[in-house]
Write a protein that binds this ligand. Sequence first.
Ligand code: FE2
Ligand code: FE2
Length: 197
Amino acid sequence: MLQSPSDMTALATRDGLPDDLLQLRKRYPRDTWPGHANLGEWVQFWLDRHRMFRELGAMLDEACEHLRGERITLDEFKPWFAPRLEFFFGHLDLHHKIEEFHLFPVFAKAEPVLQHGFTLLEADHQAIHALVDTMQGAAATLLADGIVEHDQVRRAGEDTGRELAALLRGLTAHLDDEEDLIVPIVLDHSESQLGLV
Ligand SMILES: [Fe+2]
Ligand SMILES: [Fe+2]
């Protein structure tokens, strides 16, 4: 079935960035990023934040897997999971705000032909926040005080794991595409020319 243009750019259905947003990436493929003279401290810090989200997301996912496999009890799961989930969501929200208010305007000004790429990334943030809300709802049920019965724990654990996996699928796709759009701009213009450092 043919996809409509909005399906082709929506986070849930697209497969990578559309071709018209990959022109600079073609000049700077991923294997040329490490060691590039313009891969400065700013972009490395930003890529490290993305790595942290990927790694922490995988750890949260693994903890849900352990709970579902009954390798840990809910009493063991809660004090490990709850503060890390809060940290994850707090930093994700802050990261998106910084990108939208400070970073995307800088990159869009440097490469006006890629402006619609930043509209797409902002739409991703909205989609990710909707996935976060759904996941938080499932986690709130699992982490609530009254939940003790085996079937209740199993059901709430499955719901939480499923919604977390959906969130991480969307987030991972967004992080990959965001890097494909932004890193080549930084390499082409340099951090100092963009006013990032
Ligand atoms: Fe983002
Ligand atoms: Fe980001």
